[in-house]
Design a protein around this ligand. Structure first.
Ligand SMILES: O=P(O)(O)O[C@H]1O[C@H](CO)[C@@H](O)[C@H]1O
Ligand SMILES: O=c1cc[nH]c(=O)[nH]1
Length: 233
């Protein structure tokens, strides 16, 4: 049992899917997993363990932003010995060729967060995905004929930016999309020598201002989940 996760030692699988939204964790457990059991309700941050094609997997909400994600990632790794952390989130596209409903696999994450500046005494750390998980996810996507873009993303501390155009600088340097957790996840995975990957669905476009309808989100959400669930060993 840890401070924010009310589970027993073996309640959580070695591979955990990490949506920001705890209700997405509940939806996945109820609709995609067999024999799912809820192991956590602390702060409403649902966690479930079940099976996918006979293989044990957990799904745990993380909340929004690096500080919240970091609490769950720390406790999952340190207390529950989780080895594979797979974020399944939404993001905003920064590139004209990346459309609503596309899937992005985050190879690396830049950030406007100060967390790593503090951690590394003002120096820059480059958080990257697990190559093993990234290659596997890409191969699964190709096999399933799911169109994915692989590249760098931005993990931002803010959802509502004071300057509505500030994303354009990142876009100029090839950053594909913005979300709010991956830099923290990849940094902690490196610290603890475990594997992490973020798979993201484009829910809106900063380029066009388009946003997905709930029906569209449902469809692409399944593509993202399809890739993530096939990663379980
Ligand atoms: O859909 P999730 O996983 O929550 O991810 C994105 O959505 C939230 C903002 O609405 C942030 O957490 C961002 O990273
Ligand atoms: O963090 C996020 C998620 C989706 N869209 C955004 O613009 N930002």
């Amino acid at each position: 049992m840890s401070i924010h996760i009310n589970a027993k030692q073996n309640d959580i699988a070695e591979t955990v899917l990490l949506p920001g939204d705890p209700l997405r964790a509940k939806y996945i457990a109820e609709n995609f997993l067999e024999d799912a059991v809820c192991y956590n309700k602390v702060r409403g941050m649902y966690g479930f363990t079940g099976k996918y094609k006979g293989k044990r997997v957990s799904v745990q909400g993380t909340g929004m932003g690096i500080p919240s994600l970091s609490i769950y990632a720390n406790e999952l790794i340190e207390e529950y010995k989780v080895k594979n952390l797979i974020r399944i989130g939404t993001c905003g596209s920064m590139q004209p060729d990346i459309k609503l409903r596309d899937i992005i696999i985050a190879m690396a994450s830049s950030t406007d967060s100060a967390i790593n500046k503090i951690r590394f005494n003002g120096m820059d750390y480059a958080p990257t995905a697990s190559f093993i998980l990234l290659k596997k996810a890409y191969d699964i996507a190709v096999k399933k004929d799911i169109n994915v873009k692989v590249g760098g993303i931005l993990t931002s501390d803010t959802f509502y930016h004071d300057d509505p155009d500030d994303w354009k600088l990142w876009a100029k340097f090839g950053v594909l999309a913005v979300e709010m957790e991956t830099s923290g996840l990849y940094t902690l995975a490196a610290k603890y020598h475990v594997d992490a990957l973020s798979i993201l669905t484009v829910s809106d476009s900063l380029v066009t201002g388009d946003t997905t309808t709930s029906h569209e989100r449902e469809k692409t959400f399944k593509d993202m989940l399809n890739i993530a669930l096939e990663l379980i060993e």
